[in-house]
Design a protein around this ligand. Structure first.
Ligand code: AR6
Length: 183
């Protein structure tokens, strides 16, 4: 049932689904779990560059390198979305403080989307793959940051977490339910 899958905050819907970040055609922008050079890699970055095509790497060249916590935007090229926001998450236990840097990613990405007048944004679980961030700790930082940020957004109306496994989706939904009940 729809109402079980989302939380409304300041008329913003936050939802957690299981799926592939490269296959979300109803979103204006998807977020890439990038590397500092903004080049193709494994995981999300590999999938996004494959789906977007080689023009994406060309468009990224003048924007790189980026720092942990930073977010930059390109167009979507072959992706079904108009835009891609590239975030460099912290390498867990290396880029410190990891929680503040991960929060910066989510805050900077959603603000960038809002500044460009976009309404619907999709996030993967940044830093939880190759960069080693424990999933539940990352979910608490991500969802806590976005719930706090929701008050300040003017154009963003939908925030979708796209988790690769059903287990990760359930974990994010549980954390979202818990955090949203407190605010
Ligand atoms: N859609 C949604 N989620 C996905 C997808 C997908 N298509 N593919 C993987 N995930 P990662 P990071 C999940 O490693 O930890 C790259 O090589 C995955 O299960 O993509 O920020 C870059 O080049 C995990 O939970 O991102 C960087 O060097 C989450 O997305 C580095 O990895 C993030 O996994 C970035 O590492």
């Amino acid at each position: 049932m729809m109402v079980d899958l989302c939380k409304m905050k300041n008329r913003i819907r936050i939802e957690c689904i299981q799926g592939d970040i490269t296959n979300q055609p109803d979103l204006d922008v998807v977020v890439n779990a990038a590397n500092a050079r903004l080049m193709p890699g494994g995981g999300v970055a590999g999938a996004i560059h494959r789906a977007a095509g080689p023009e994406l790497a060309e468009a990224c060249l003048p924007l790189a390198p980026i720092q942990p916590g930073e977010a930059v935007m390109t167009e979507g090229f072959g992706l079904p979305n108009g835009h891609i926001i590239h975030c460099l998450g912290p390498v867990y236990g290396v880029d410190e403080p990891s929680d503040a840097l991960l929060a910066d990613c989510y805050r900077n990405a959603v603000q960038l989307a809002d500044q460009h007048g976009l309404a619907a944004i999709g996030f993967p679980a940044l830093s939880t793959g190759a960069f080693g961030y424990p999933m539940e700790a990352a979910a608490r930082v991500a969802l806590g940051t976005l719930l706090a940020e929701a008050e300040r957004l003017a154009s963003v109306r939908l925030i979708r977490f796209v988790l690769f496994s059903e287990r990760d989706r359930e974990l994010h939904q549980r954390v979202l339910d818990e955090l949203a009940a407190r605010v």
